[in-house]
Ligand binder design. Structure first.
Ligand code: AKB
Length: 321
């Protein structure tokens, strides 16, 4: 039997998919999903679910004790665009939820933690292409500052208290089943929905803004593989660079047009352009490949086909409901 797992922030874009996959691999009862509010009845009834506020240490501790939790995936966070609008709350949520979980591990109440970092740890002074694992990091967003600080604290708790924490710097994540919320890379999900519903899309980033992205299937596989890797293989205890695909809005639109020839895109950059401009265009993830055998599967072509096939299928199902 696998160790009992708690996912905090299970109703979000990554949390939903992670819950499904972990339950598939380790059994429904091995994975307790939690979020600050209940998700869809379908999700809440699919296995153990608890309402947990990631900012409430006592609530987390109670659930950990009640279910004999050994591993925590802390997915609750405010993403880049939303964080710029609520800096104080973003800092509070992104940092204090991490401290709660780190302190539970320090006290010996849990054995292993997954905490997501992001390409947002990099900033305008970072080399843009093939951004290395170790480089200049001067994040210019609230979200990036919180992720950069979080990385340092993860490393500190590992070095000083022996906490087994594992983390990756997610690029923009694209999935058909759950919508993202409040990120700068969200356009790469919206574009598929709008291509099918309206045949056109107005993009909030400019046409040549190239950003690192990844299909959700790959991201979930990376998350579970870093957690399953032997502890001695995890040499980096801040967070690993992780790469999938890099593309511009023009390139994704061109790929969509192969399936929907009448699709058109227009550009109306907003405040998110500045955030995107501060991030890398592509990532060098050779450390992850070397240490725990990371390899991505999906490219822009296979991801676009899979996204559109699934979204069309969902559309058909909703017509019969
Ligand atoms: C965002 O856009 O804020 C996130 C991220 C890159 O971490 N998707």
């Amino acid at each position: 039997m696998h160790a009992k797992i708690l996912i905090i922030g299970a109703c979000g874009q990554i949390g939903t998919e992670l819950t499904k996959q972990l339950r598939k691999q380790y059994g429904t009862d091995a994975v307790v999903a939690s979020d600050v509010r209940k998700g869809s009845p379908e999700f809440v009834n699919s296995g153990p679910f608890e309402v947990v506020n990631a900012l409430d240490f006592n609530q987390i501790e109670t659930i950990v004790e009640q279910y004999n939790i050994e591993e925590v995936y802390l997915m609750a966070a405010l993403l880049s665009a939303t964080a710029e609008k609520n800096p104080a709350f973003a800092w509070d949520l992104n940092m204090n939820s991490l401290f709660h979980v780190l302190n539970l591990a320090k006290a010996g109440k849990i054995k292993k933690i997954f905490w997501p970092s992001s390409i947002a740890v990099f900033g305008p002074t970072t080399p843009k292409e093939d951004t290395p694992q170790y480089t200049v990091m001067e994040p210019s967003t609230v979200y990036g500052i919180s992720k950069q600080s979080g990385e340092r604290w993860c490393e500190y708790y590992h070095n000083i208290f022996g906490v087994d924490i594992r983390s990756i710097r997610y690029p923009g994540l694209i999935s058909w089943s759950t919508l993202p919320g409040g990120g700068t890379t969200d356009y790469a999900v919206d574009i598929y929905h709008k291509a099918l519903s309206d045949g056109k899309y107005e993009c909030f980033l400019s046409e040549e803004t190239k950003l690192p992205m990844m299909y959700m299937d790959d991201a979930i596989r990376a998350t579970i593989s870093i957690m399953e890797a032997p502890a001695e293989n995890i040499k980096i205890r801040s967070a690993y660079n992780l790469a999938g695909i890099s593309f511009t809005p023009t390139e994704i639109a061109t790929e969509i047009k192969k399936h929907i020839p009448e699709f058109s895109i227009s550009y109306e950059p907003d405040f998110r352009q500045k955030i995107a401009d501060s991030w890398p265009s592509s990532i060098d993830d050779s450390e992850a490949r070397k240490d725990w055998g990371w390899k991505h599967d999906f490219d822009l072509e296979s991801m676009t086909k899979d996204m559109l096939d699934h979204l069309k299928e969902l559309e058909k199902i909703s017509q019969f409901r």
